[in-house]
Design a protein around this ligand. Sequence first.
Ligand SMILES: NC(=O)c1ccc[n+]([C@@H]2O[C@H](COP(=O)([O-])OP(=O)(O)OC[C@H]3O[C@@H](n4cnc5c(N)ncnc54)[C@H](OP(=O)(O)O)[C@@H]3O)[C@@H](O)[C@H]2O)c1
Length: 343
Amino acid sequence: MTIPVAILGATGYTGAELIRLIEHHPHFEVAHLGAHSQAGKLASAVLPGCAGRVGEMTLAAADAVLDAAIELVFTALPHGAAANSVAQALDAGKKVVDLSADFRHQDADTYKAAYGLDHPHKELFASAVYGLCEHARAAVADTRLVANPGCYPTSTLLPLIPLLKAGVLADVPIIVDAKSGSSGAGRSAKTDLLYCELNESVKAYGLPRHRHAWEMEEWAAGFSGQAIQVRFVPHILPMNRGMLTTLHLSGRDTASWHALLSDAYRDESFVRVLPAGQLPSTAGVSGSNRCDIGVATLSDSEAVMVSCIDNLLKGASGQAIQNANLMFGLDETSGLSAHALWP
Ligand SMILES: NC(=O)c1ccc[n+]([C@@H]2O[C@H](COP(=O)([O-])OP(=O)(O)OC[C@H]3O[C@@H](n4cnc5c(N)ncnc54)[C@H](OP(=O)(O)O)[C@@H]3O)[C@@H](O)[C@H]2O)c1
C-alpha cells in the first residue's frame, strides 16, 4: 500500500524532518511539497539535506490545488497560516495532521488568549483530536484532523498525565522548567536567533506566560479530569535540537511514582521510563521519536521528573507520523524505528 502525502511548509525545520522520515516510511510517499517565500524553487536548492527524487521536486505555492490522489496532508505552517490550509484539505477529502497550534485548543477564546488571533475556522474544533498518541489512540484512529501537540506540552504531559490520573499530586502550581534547542523557534530569520546571540549563552524567554502554558493546562485536565496550573519557564540553548523538561512536583506517596510511571508506559514503543536513579539527556533521544523520563524522589512529598525529547521528532514531525500511522490503521511505529543519533 502506498499513500501519497503532501507536506505544506516543506522548507521549514519540521517540514524537512517530515521529508526525511517519509523517505524511509514503508507506506507514505512524498507527492507534493508546498512552500511560501521559496515556492517555485527545487527542493534541493532550499533544503541542504534533500537529494534524489524528492530533491528534484519543485516547491509548490502554499495555496496550490492538491492532486486528487493525495490522501494525507501535513501542515507544517506557522500558527495562523495553517487553519485555512487545513480547512481546504479537509474540504478536498484529505486527512490532515496539523503541526501548528491552530487546532490544539477546544475553544476560540483560549486560542485567542494564547496566540492573540481570532480563529478563522472555529467550526472545525469539534472534529479535531489532540494527538498525544499514547493517550489518544482510539480518537486519533477515528478522525480526519489531528492537532499535533506542541513540543513543550508533549515533554510535560507525558510524565505528568499518569500522576494526575492516579491523583497523587498536591493541588499546587506545577513548576515546569524547560530547555530547547534553537530549531524549536523555526527557520525564519530573527535577530535573537543569530549565532552570536545564542552561542555560549542560555536565556529564558516567553515570560510571564508562554503560549504553551495554556495547552499544558488544557490537556492535563483533558486527559486526567484534574485542573492544574503550571508555572512554565522555557529557555533556549545553543544547540540545534533537543528538549529537556524538568517538573518540580509535590504530592503524596512519591516513593511509588517511579513504578507508577513505569507501569503506565511499560508497553509503549516511544516512551521509556529510565531505571530508578537514572536521568535522561537530549543526546539519548536526538533523532529518535522517543521520550525518555527520569524520576528522582526528593522526600515523601517531593519529586523531580526530567523528560527529554527531540523537539523535531516526538515534539513535532515524529509524533505527526505516529499520528498519521494511527489514522491509516498502520503499525504505529512505521517509519519511526530509528534509534537516537549518538554520539
Ligand atoms: N520547530 C519545532 O521544533 C516545532 C515543534 C512543534 C511544533 N512546531 C510548529 O510547526 C509549525 C512549523 O514549524 P517550523 O519550525 O517548521 O517552522 P519554520 O521552520 O519557520 O517553517 C515554516 C514553513 O512555513 C512556510 N510559511 C511561512 N509563512 C507562511 C505563510 N504565511 N503561509 C504559508 N506558508 C508559510 C515556510 O515557507 P518558506 O520557507 O517558503 O517561506 C516554511 O516552509 C509551526 O506552527 C510551529 O509552531 C514546530
